[in-house]
Design a protein around this ligand. Structure first.
Ligand code: NDP
Length: 391
């Protein structure tokens, strides 16, 4: 039996992971399941899977979780320290699917235990890629990509020499507004931004797909995970979301990974790696699909892509600033304080503000320095957002 923990178990990735392990319950010993606000789901899954411990990130929900688990053998805990403690419990395979920078500390702790970390939480690599990879190396832990594009690149690279890679192409559906008139974007509503044409995902990543901040994060994630140079990474708009990524080699060959838009493929690949096992995903009928289409991304429509390239150029802790500013700008949009296009403007302003403060970008990449940079960038971002909102 493999000991598994799922961080962010109540979310979209977490539930897809649970769907897979529930199909072979005898194969898995569930150590920890975590969530935040969705106590009913967390408790139900923890009971059903016989988890050792269930943790909510929110201290004030501990009593509610205890009540929901009463009569079971599942331990209840709450708060960020409890999340880290749970990550330090021995597990063979850990899913990192908390949304946002909150996923970084538990992921690092799991790597320190030598676990295989299936990484959906792209924020970890954007904020602290070097730290994640270095921690994995030091503790002989393995980091496996779960983001569909990075899983696709990883699969296309299997058995290949990274030095033979000329370019990596990650695809983007273009999100909810890919066909909108650019002038209308400023007035896009929260509801309109929260619906994805192809993927069924959590609300935050769905909005990030519409703004292309998700792809911007993935550009940085690609650079960090595979160690390729920024100018080797291309973004290609592919509205059907069937090709997830392509790797171009020196001899001109282009290896594409094609599959249905179902995260259970990438999750299952990371769960069973290095084997391939049968997965309950649709088999594509390409003749019925008929055509695939592609277009170049437009930097005017999606300024997030340009900002990500600037962040890669700057390096150091610029990724932590970028992520924190992006998360805060998204909070500001969800709260109705800024408009849709205001998100990129806020992120750009914060990058310039923090970049101008000596020492912040160049500080050594430790968890404490990442956290301090994250904190500073969020403070600056709220101040920019509130100024724009006239508060
Ligand atoms: P969801 O919003 O659906 O789920 C997020 C999870 O994190 C939930 O379990 C939520 O708990 C928990 N959570 C929220 N806030 C906190 C916090 N402050 N501390 C600890 N836990 C918290 O997100 P997704 O599943 O869509 O995405 C998860 C991660 O995977 C993100 O980093 C995303 O970018 C990445 N990803 C997602 C993909 C997808 O298809 N969804 C594809 C590729 C990557 P609760 O629900 O109980 O409040």
């Amino acid at each position: 039996m493999r000991r598994v923990s799922i961080f962010g178990a109540t979310g979209s990735i977490g539930q897809n992971t649970i769907d897979l392990i529930s199909r072979a319950p005898d194969d898995y010993d569930v150590v920890a399941l975590t969530g935040a606000g969705n106590i009913a789901q967390l408790a139900a899954d923890a009971r059903r899977l016989g988890a050792d411990i269930a943790i909510t990130a929110h201290d004030h929900l501990l009593e509610e979780l205890r009540t929901a688990l009463s009569g079971s053998d599942v331990e209840a805990a709450a708060g960020t320290a409890a999340l880290t403690e749970a990550a330090s419990r021995p597990a063979d395979w850990v899913m990192s699917a908390i949304v946002g920078a909150a996923g970084l500390a538990p992921g690092l702790t799991a790597l320190e235990q030598g676990a295989t970390l299936a990484l959906a939480n792209k924020e970890s690599l954007v904020c602290a890629g070097h730290l994640m990879l270095e921690t994995a190396r030091r503790h002989e832990a393995r980091l496996l990509p779960v983001d569909s594009e990075h899983s696709a690149v990883f699969q296309a690279l299997a058995g290949e020499d990274i030095n033979a890679v000329e370019r990596v192409i990650i695809t983007a559906s273009g999100g909810a507004f890919r066909d909108w008139d650019i002038d209308d974007l400023a007035h896009a509503t929260l509801d309109e931004a929260s619906s994805h044409p192809n993927w069924d995902m959590g609300q935050r990543i769905t909005i990030d797909s519409a703004s292309m901040f998700n792809k911007a994060m993935e550009l940085i994630e690609t650079r960090e995970y595979f160690g390729v140079f920024p100018d080797q990474i291309e973004v290609l708009v592919h509205p059907e979301s069937l090709i997830h990524a392509m790797v171009g080699f020196k001899d001109g060959a282009l290896m594409a990974h094609v599959g249905p838009p179902d995260m259970r493929h990438a999750i299952g690949y990371a769960l069973h790696w290095p084997e391939r096992r049968a997965l309950p995903v649709e088999r594509l009928d390409l003749a019925a699909i008929g055509q695939l289409s592609f277009r170049a991304p437009c930097n005017t429509r999606w300024p997030a892509l340009r900002l990500a390239r600037e962040v890669m150029q700057t390096g150091g802790l610029a990724g932590a600033v970028f992520n924190a500013a992006k998360e805060t700008a998204l909070d500001g949009f969800i709260a109705g304080k800024i408009g849709f296009t205001g998100m990129a403007e806020v992120v750009e302003e914060v990058l310039n503000l923090v970049d101008a403060q000596p020492g912040h970008i160049d500080a050594t990449m430790t968890l404490d320095n990442v956290a301090a940079t994250d904190h500073l960038a969020r403070r600056e971002a709220w101040s920019v957002i509130n100024k724009r909102a006239g508060q």
